[in-house]
Design a protein around this ligand. Structure first.
Ligand code: HEM
Ligand SMILES: *[C@@H]1O[C@H](CO)[C@@H](O)[C@H](O)[C@H]1NC(C)=O
Length: 460
């Protein structure tokens, strides 16, 4: 009895191993990945990717070239290191290169399956996208945004960022089979559930207040109202939790990106003051040299240089340093390589932005590089699944840049030079770097106070 049981166990293990070896051989025959980076068994390169990954991506690209493949615990992740391959795959073949990796912890547990940036290419995704698109890219997209709850949001977006980019934080998102363990054994689950509950509860309260105002007909026009109107259309069958996430996704994807971008513009002005002086002279020609009025979006056609400042701000040190992974939805071939469905692709953002074959003198902040026909296309060269809010984001950066450059002298503090390679400014409550920020004149101070008081008195 005992020996035959022993044989049976051996046989089972043996056939399991054989099966593994055979399917690996088949897989290797069928598919071909570019420059595979050597890694450990099972975990692959999981421990190699630091956070943030910008400068690491630059070094890896120097070593491994235009495309290289990592194995993150069995998930294949191909890094694209030139705008050529990024355009070929993520843009021209966007129909099959735009899904998202399956993330049981981040997407299902922490986000109730309802946070758009983490969704696959599904109907749920399409619905939320349509609602957002109609709000963000219509005429009203230049209205002021409702910014209540901002601190709560800025507080947890850091956590989301870590879970997104640090595989060690979220093992179930790497080894997705872990999510098939019985729930009590899923040690990551309680944190994720609490995270989701807190989120929904926090916003449910605001949501109810807003609904109440809408019912009474006293809600002021704002994009949160638009989301609820948009989601109410019959074509979308959307749960309350999904409405909340549609709403909050817009705030969280839109606030911190804009905050960090504006800080980068300021760092760029302090480190390379020449362009900031030029920008100010141009704004002076439109708004007057003596603080006559603040620039506004209606001045855009007369201030193309500021639009170039926005583009350069987003290029200079991309804060999504290693891009955002996209998942391929069917097998595909490209230049001799064969990728299976499920392969992930990301653009090596830092490496592309800092490469002198892509941009001349790439370390400099130099808006002139964008003074060409692409100026009216803020998304060109920046986003892939395409950021649904980029027009709004670009407008917000535009207005902030124009007003700041018009009203302040910005200089580096010689005692505290800005670290231009550490632009990951994740703690919204702390100043990320030191800089000398001086109002230009008493007239400019008066202008800021006048306009500021009007803004403060605006009731939402
Ligand atoms: C201002 C600077 C901004 C930058 C640099 C930026 C960048 C990005 C990037 C890189 C992505 C991922 C694209 C991809 O996967 O290929 C993204 C997605 C997204 N962005 Fe933005 N964004 C900005 C502003 C905004 C604003 C203002 C909003 C909304 C008001 C917004 C809403 C979104 C949403 C909802 C997604 C997810 C889209 C999806 O997964 O289908 N973003 N953004
Ligand atoms: C990839 O990145 C590295 C370092 O950023 C760069 O030197 C190289 O030229 C890049 N391009 C290609 C096509 O490999």
């Amino acid at each position: 009895m005992i020996p035959s049981l022993g044989y049976a166990v051996l046989l089972i293990i043996g056939s399991f191993v054989l099966n593994l070896v055979v399917s690996k051989i088949r897989f290797n025959r069928k598919y071909k990945f570019p420059n595979v980076v050597p890694g450990w068994p099972i975990i692959g390169n999981m421990l190699d990717v630091p956070y943030p990954a910008g400068m690491w991506g630059v070094d890896m690209a120097k070593k491994y070239g235009e495309m290289f493949t990592l194995n993150i615990g069995g998930r294949r992740l191909v890094y694209l290191n030139s705008s050529r391959v990024v355009t070929e795959l993520l843009e021209k073949r966007a129909a099959i290169y735009s899904s998202r990796p399956y993330r049981p912890m981040m997407s299902e547990i922490m986000s109730g399956g309802a946070r758009i940036v983490l969704m696959g290419y599904t109907d749920k995704w399409r619905n939320q996208r349509k609602i957002m698109h109609s709000i963000l890219n219509g005429k009203q997209s230049e209205k002021k945004f409702d910014d209540e709850l901002l601190n709560f949001i800025l507080g947890y977006t850091g956590t989301l960022g870590e879970y997104q980019f640090n595989p060690l934080k979220s093992p179930a998102d790497v080894f997705t089979w872990l999510s098939r363990l019985p729930k009590p054994l899923q040690w990551w689950r309680p944190f994720g559930e609490k995270f989701c509950e807190t989120h929904v509860a926090m916003f449910q309260k605001e949501y109810n207040i807003l609904l109440d105002k809408m019912n009474k007909g006293i809600a002021k026009p704002c994009f949160a109202v638009d989301v609820l109107h948009g989601a109410a259309k019959k074509e979308f069958e959307i749960s309350d939790v999904e409405k909340i996430y549609t709403w909050t996704s817009l705030i969280e994807a839109g606030s911190d990106t804009t905050r960090v971008a504006v800080l980068q513009m300021i760092a760029g002005a302090a480190c390379y003051p020449g362009w900031a002086r030029k920008a100010r002279d141009l704004i002076d020609e439109v708004c007057g040299q003596n603080a006559e009025r603040l620039p506004n979006l209606a001045d855009r056609s007369r201030l193309p240089y500021i639009s170039a400042v926005v583009k350069e701000t987003l290029r200079w040190r991309p804060f999504l340093q290693s891009g955002v992974p996209h998942t391929l939805t069917q097998d595909d071939e490209y230049e001799g390589y064969k990728f299976p469905a499920g392969t992930e692709f990301s653009w090596n953002a830092y490496s592309i932005a800092l490469n002198d074959k892509e941009y001349s003198d790439p370390l400099r902040f130099e808006p002139e590089r964008f003074m060409n026909d692409d100026l009216k296309l803020p998304a060109k060269g920046h986003c892939r699944r395409i950021c649904v809010g980029l027009n709004v984001g670009a407008n917000n950066i535009w207005i902030a840049a124009a007003c700041i450059l018009y009203c302040f002298d910005i200089e580096q503090d010689p005692e505290h030079p800005i670290d231009q390679f550490n632009t990951l400014w994740e703690e919204p409550t702390k100043p990320p770097f030191k800089v000398r920020f001086t109002p230009r004149s008493q007239a400019h101070i008066d202008l800021i106070e006048r306009e500021g008081n009007i803004a403060l008195a605006t009731d939402y």
